[in-house]
Design a protein. Sequence first.
Length: 442
Amino acid sequence: MQIMNPRTACGHRAILPLMSLALAGSIGLACASTNDEEWEDVTQLIRNGDYIEAFSEAEARFEAHPDDPEAERLYKTALVAIHLERGRRLSFEDEDLKALEEFDAALEVMPGCEPAQAWIERTNRKLSEHWLNVALRLSSGSDLEAAYNGYLKASEYEPENLTAKAGAARMLLFMNYREGKSYEYYVQGVRELREYWLLPAGRKFEYANKYDEDEERAIEKRKVVNNLLAEERVQIASDLQEEGLYSAARNEYRLALLLDEDLPAALEGKELMDLEVEAADLLAEAERSQLRGDFETALAQLNSAMAVSIMQTDEIEAGFDGLEQARMQEMYDAAMDLEQDLRYEEAIVAYDELLAIVGYFDDAISRRNTLQSFVAQAAELYEQAGRAGSLEEELDLLSQVEIVWPEYKDIEQRIADLEAKLNAGQLEAELEIESAMSAEDE
């Protein structure tokens, strides 16, 4: 076994506070004991809490006597004492995960060491209580999934903590209640778990097993009860799954696994529902992206949903169709905007691009054809106006162009110029008539 040098990991001895005499004694008694006076100084150093010095002495002797079991035992005892002291200090500083690493290291050096096992149990209990408090705080808010995960974390550190399992189960039931299940469903579920699992099945069978480890029948009874309840939740999950309520079904499968973590139907169902919930979330995200006009993102999300889903292929296909429809509608609306802005040639190109993709969409063909006729008619009338024999004829032809395409080329300016000329000529003629009439009167 390769063991890390604690002097390298710890630095100077002064950074380690001394372990209490009770703890030191427990290491000496539970993990190692000796009556050999040759090693008494090392043992005394450990009992005094001088762990670095004890380790240095034990290491030197072990290196000098590698085949001596007593030298190896004291070397390991000194190393375990260092790991325990470091873990204990970390625990008091609320660095519990790091503390567990130290206690686990102590067990690796000396399997079965009772002080190390006691500290692991104590630290796990502390972590479990921490996550219970976190979950309880979250459960009063809206993030029930986070609360559920908090209860699971508490159960991870204390697998037999029924409060943690009950909290996780309650969150799953409440999530389903929020998703549309009846209040009666929620109340019945909580009552059933409390009545059949937590009280008689859980505590009573645990009590029997705690005081009589040979009472296999109590363990089997608990397994039977849990299995029956788990199978009942699986059936509920299956019904929800058939209704397409994948998130609610997943919650029921997760609830079943709280009761029987090895139930194949629950494991398979949860795995399937994990995928379907992911696909459903992607479908919802794709719809939001589509509403924002971000069609590329929506397409990527639909493709991702199709890659994971087994049961929602029809919905995803409908999503693809809806996305295509929305994309075509946007192209149609853009062409319409160009048409309304009298940008006929650009609108024709936009309609052509749309029709090249789908072949037919609403009245895009007729609009495109109408615009093409407007463009051709405007060009013909404009050309005829250029060959007109009089100002009046030219103005009449350009006025026809204006009706078809008000912003065609320079017709606005040309019409204004022609009207000015014609008005000037008319005024001049009127003056000449007035002048002639005046002359006749004289």
